[in-house]
Design a protein around this ligand. Sequence first.
Ligand code: LLP
Length: 409
Amino acid sequence: MKVENNQIYFGNESAARLVEQFGSPLYVYEYDILVRQYERLKNAFKDSTPSILFACKANSNIEILKILKRLGAGIDAVSPGEIFLALHAGFKPEQILLTGTNLTRDDIIYTVENNIIINIDNVSMLEENGDLFTGRDVSIRLNPDIHSGGHTYLDTGHRDSKFGILHKDFSKIIGLLKRHNANLVGLHQHIGSEITAADSLLDSMDKLLEAALAYESISFIDIGGGYKVKYHEDDTETDIDDIGTRISERFNDFCQKNERNLRLIIEPGKFLVSESGYLLTAVQSIKRNEEKVMVGTDTGMNHLIRPALYQAYHEIINASNVSGDNNEKVEIVGNMCESADVLGKDRQITVPGIGDVLCIKNAGSYGYSMASMYNARMLPAEVLIQGGRPPRLIRRRQIFDDLFFLTSD
Ligand code: LLP
């Protein structure tokens, strides 16, 4: 993204022109940023060369998956649907891990029949379905009982979280694995998203390593994802070089000291794709109430739920008039019939005219992938910008026919 002639451009196309060509609202992804983030991560962890499994819940567009595959990533999947997409994108079963919660028997059957290892999340899963794991490799998701993550909804590694097996239940799980002749090959954790304190990640990794000591069959530990990006200029992002160096050092020391040849796995989602994505939306109304100016758009919490769900801040720019004279504080709202449908509060931007295009930043992760068809609004198109090439449509906008799957006949 760049600013030229007071407008936002992606490659050679202005945001306004992209919207003219592909319609509004529109998700836009920049290839170069994806590559940059992948390389940053790889470089930060260069001393331990982990397998980087992209948490594709952050963005499951198949063309994005293919790009990450070419860069060398594998996939952290959460459901059979994500496995299906990953296989379709060309990932091999051994490049995929499933970390699902409350999986059904059918979910497990689909996964193991595709020779994909599951991170077992709870005791009941083995009590009910242990027979499906006979003779198979499995991994266990441990809950280290550590608070982390930037918002209560993003804090997943503490004792009251629904995720993972508490250390007190570890021996029970081992017993069940033995009874069913399953082979424990890995230990997993994911303690939260938007982690900025390296210590919580190091402390919980120590717990995984300690647990791995007793089991020669364990060949990998997977420390999850959770690296934070900047949502605005003054925001903090995870110091990826610091975290990468410290984790690598601690991990290598452990392997050396205990003569273990373990593989390290990390599962970043947001860090890889957030900054590469933008949501463009055309302004439909300007409402001047007593106290505030409200800018109404043709998208909303249906397409980007993060502001409504986590009170998340996403920078919003008037892409058609980046810095005009009539700069005011406005509230940017969507077209859903919900009062929570606010994309940005108190934003100082050039007050748009009707038809101006707004650009919402950091929409590449948990944007489209968390979008819904609420209010029977169509899901937007997605476009990839790669160098000087013409923008490429990587998912078409939905049409009315797509609404039929919501009906019973
Ligand atoms: N591994 C597991 C098992 C996960 O559950 C997740 C995210 C990740 C890896 C990747 O986490 P990341 O690096 O993207 O933080 N929708 C929220 C984030 C929830 C993430 C859920 N699990 C958001 O928009 O901030």
